[in-house]
Design a protein around this ligand. Structure first.
Ligand code: HEM
Length: 519
């Protein structure tokens, strides 16, 4: 079909009527896409279309029933959208995100599954706990060093380093010392010098060269994804020595890790995903996966696991700052259920069981409202009907999981004043037979990790990181609101919806009596 037939509005679906031949493109340049689409749905209803001039049209679906039906039950009618796969293809051609839903993709997903099994992740919990402890130690130091900024310090970088260290622990059984190098740097910091920018304590702690390469590599992919024209972005990136060097550095790092592992085999220093794989397959990987496919997949997990988790934690800290009563209840509940020690350690059984209902509620409410990655983009592989509307084969369909979870949450019983868009963790709680609060996952239809076969394979690890951190954090610190921590501006960072410039101010809880005390 010609581009003008693909760009013409589809009969039966509402859209913005604009004399501008670029249609909604202008709006998408000025507003984060996920928010632009939300406004569109509020104006035109749960199934509508966005016109992008010569770039075609996007069908928006924000109806919970249709999302479930099409992403899961009718998943065979769709594939992961070509424009998303293209954004990763030029960098990681054989990684899961770039592959269509074919036999190779299935093989890759099966190969990576042991990295997320509960039995394996249980062995990683001591390392994740140690990273949580290191992060809290860093924040205690920063709090003490940030007197000039009234105790407010930047935490974005620390969170990126935290999630990077965790994913490396899982894959390789050791981390890159990202948090460790921040901690060491802080210990040697000249505190008499000023480290305040815009009223916030900020430092630029050195990191290993490989970490910088991985971040630059990731940034390039984010640019390609946001651009709508991945090939053009990669053409330009490939001309720059910094991108080429970042890509080379990232690949070398992974190749070196795989090489080291092959040399040591199972006699390596730690239990890791690579060890599990070696135990399962002679040669360390399934024979139908090529060496480059294996490398791409490992890098895909590093890329997928780093910023997504860090961004959700940024939102979590923001919501807690704005809702002191949630912090107080969380601290109270957790103090009664868990003993915090100087060396934090928590097991997977503790985190996955029903022991901390309010903690689960806060995490699910954060994931629901933050809408970090609330779109599942698909291409229709055949003619389909969505809510009775004919959608032709080849259409780009965006399932707006985030919008639906925010706007269609059921009313909270006995609390008519609580809007669906309000941060209210209690909406996830029900009474158990003894009358105590229990967490109920079915309280709200929310799919922060996407849905169906192309949903996120890393969600189990993400939950463990979020829960472990929130548990230790809430027992240690209280977040205080100040002028500098009030910012409510949202930015798109690597295509994730993120609160911009998160500064935090922490105070230490003195004990179960909930008195606050300076660190
Ligand atoms: C809180 C953190 C995270 C969030 C909110 C998140 C969210 C998502 C979403 C929404 C998708 C797309 C789903 C769809 O299209 O239906 C996705 C895909 C993916 N995620 Fe995550 N994710 C997180 C953490 C992780 C982690 C820790 C890893 C790796 C260890 C990971 C690896 C991936 C990969 C490889 C894909 C592509 C799957 C495919 O195309 O088959 N993610 N994630």
């Amino acid at each position: 079909k010609h581009w003008w037939t693909k760009s013409a509005p589809l009969p039966g679906l509402p859209y913005n009527k604009s004399p501008n031949p670029l249609g909604d493109i202008i709006g998408l340049f000025t507003t984060p896409p996920v928010d632009y689409f939300s406004q569109h749905v509020l104006k035109h209803g749960k199934i509508s279309q966005v016109l992008l001039g010569p770039l075609g049209r996007l069908i928006l679906v924000a109806d919970a029933k249709e999302i479930e039906e099409n992403l899961l039950k009718q998943a065979q009618n769709f594939d992961k959208a070509g424009f998303v796969r293209a954004a990763f293809f030029c960098a990681l051609p054989e990684g899961t995100v770039s592959l269509p839903t074919n036999e190779q993709w299935k093989l890759h997903r099966r190969m990576m599954a042991p990295s997320m099994s509960p039995a394996f992740l249980a062995t990683r919990m001591n390392r994740i706990s140690a990273n949580v402890q290191k992060l809290l130690d860093i924040w205690a130091l920063k709090s003490n060093f940030s007197l000039q900024s009234n105790g407010v310090f930047e935490c974005d970088d620390d969170l990126e380093r935290f999630s990077m260290d965790n994913i490396l622990e899982v894959l390789f059984g050791e981390n890159m010392h990202c948090l460790g190098s921040t901690y060491d740097y802080l210990l040697g910091l000249d505190v008499s010098a000023s480290h305040t920018t815009g009223g916030v304590f900020k430092i630029d702690a050195p990191t290993p060269q490989t970490y910088q390469s991985l971040r630059y590599f990731l940034k390039g992919m984010g640019k390609a994804l946001a651009s709508g024209s991945a090939q053009l972005v990669y053409f330009r990136l490939n001309l720059t020595p910094s991108w080429r060097s970042a890509r080379r550095g990232s690949y070398r790092f992974v190749a070196a890790k795989l090489g080291e592992h092959q040399e040591h085999g199972n006699a390596g220093p730690q239990d890791s995903y690579l060890d599990r794989l070696s135990a399962r397959y002679p040669g360390g990987r399934p024979k139908d996966v090529s060496p480059t496919g294996f490398q791409d997949e490992i890098l895909t997990y590093i890329v997928g696991g780093a910023d997504s988790t860090a961004t959700v934690i940024c939102w979590m800290l923001r919501y807690l700052t704005l809702h002191p009563q949630v912090q107080i209840r969380l601290h109270d509940d957790l103090s009664a259920a868990f003993q915090m020690t100087d060396k934090f350690s928590v097991s997977i059984e503790d985190l996955q069981g029903p022991r901390f209902p309010y903690l689960d509620a806060v995490i699910h409410e954060t994931l629901r409202l933050s809408n970090v990655s609330g779109i599942s983009p698909r291409d229709a592989l055949r003619d389909v009907a969505i809510a009775g509307v004919h959608i032709p084969r080849g259409s780009k369909v965006l399932f707006l999981t985030g919008h639906s979870a925010i706007h269609d949450a059921p009313p909270v019983e006995g609390k008519n004043d609580i809007a669906s868009s309000t941060f209210y963790p209690e909406r996830w709680l029900v009474k158990d037979p003894s009358g105590a609060d229990a967490f109920d996952l079915n309280s709200v239809a929310s799919w922060p990790f996407g849905y169906g076969p192309r949903g996120c394979p890393g969600q189990r690890l993400a939950f463990l990181e979020l829960k472990a951190l929130l548990l230790a954090f809430s027992l240690t610190f209280y977040l205080e609101e100040t002028q500098e921590t009030k910012t409510s501006h949202v930015e798109m960072s690597l295509n994730l919806r993120k609160p911009s410039g998160v500064g935090i101010k922490v105070r230490k809880w003195s004990g179960p009596k909930l008195e606050l005390q300076k660190v």
